[in-house]
Design a protein around this ligand. Sequence first.
Ligand code: AP5
Length: 208
Amino acid sequence: MRMILIGPPGAGKGTQAARLVDALAIPHISSGDMLRAAVAEGTALGVEADGYMKQGLLVPDAVVIGMVIERIGKADCAHGFMLDGFPRTAPQAAALDEALSVAGVSLDAVVLIEVDDSLIVERICGRRSDPATGAIYHLRFNPPPADVVDRLVQRKDDTEAACVARLEKYHAETAPIVPFYEAKGILRRVDGVGSPDEVTGRLKSALA
Ligand code: AP5
């Protein structure tokens, strides 16, 4: 299956992808995770991306498109992938379409996880992740076990100011690509409000 998870920051894309990819036997490809890895490694791409990410701005298309298109060309994506965080602009969606068309394949599903803006800041500011396992927690909604609390980290862009900027970018740049996939008949909308287990159940139904 070739699919995209789309939704505002904090919608639960990363949380849900981690729960779904094993059963679907496809890799989870998060453009945000790839960019954060490049920042941590101090590569030229990472140095360029860091300034945008800290402010909650989008990294330029020219940087992101090449990175993700190269990644989905790797052998582990031959039978599918779950994209998370890409595409998030019209040029990115067009570049993905073009790359898939050249490869003679197409998308099976685009799942939009819908969460109202009013819930997003609390989700983002309470997020903590475990650098040892990659697990995502929330101080209130998904509390971490006591034995990992001391090693948890907070993302640099999980501040209220950066979150507001990310939401603005989502509505200005990413939400407008939803009709592109709706017109193709592959868009599925899933309510992202409720417990993570409830949302997982809705996603499984939407993909069945
Ligand atoms: P990216 O890493 O993609 O961030 P994002 O899209 O803003 O999404 P998040 O990772 O913040 O949220 P999520 O939906 O995965 O939610 P999560 O499951 O963690 O991008 C970061 C930055 O990189 C961008 O701002 C940009 O600068 C750059 N970038 C990346 N891709 C790019 C691209 N294609 N083009 C240009 N720039 C790009 O959940 C959030 C919290 O909520 C967690 O604490 C979780 O425990 C909790 N939670 C999850 N589900 C629930 C629930 N059902 N109820 C209550 N709490 C919940």
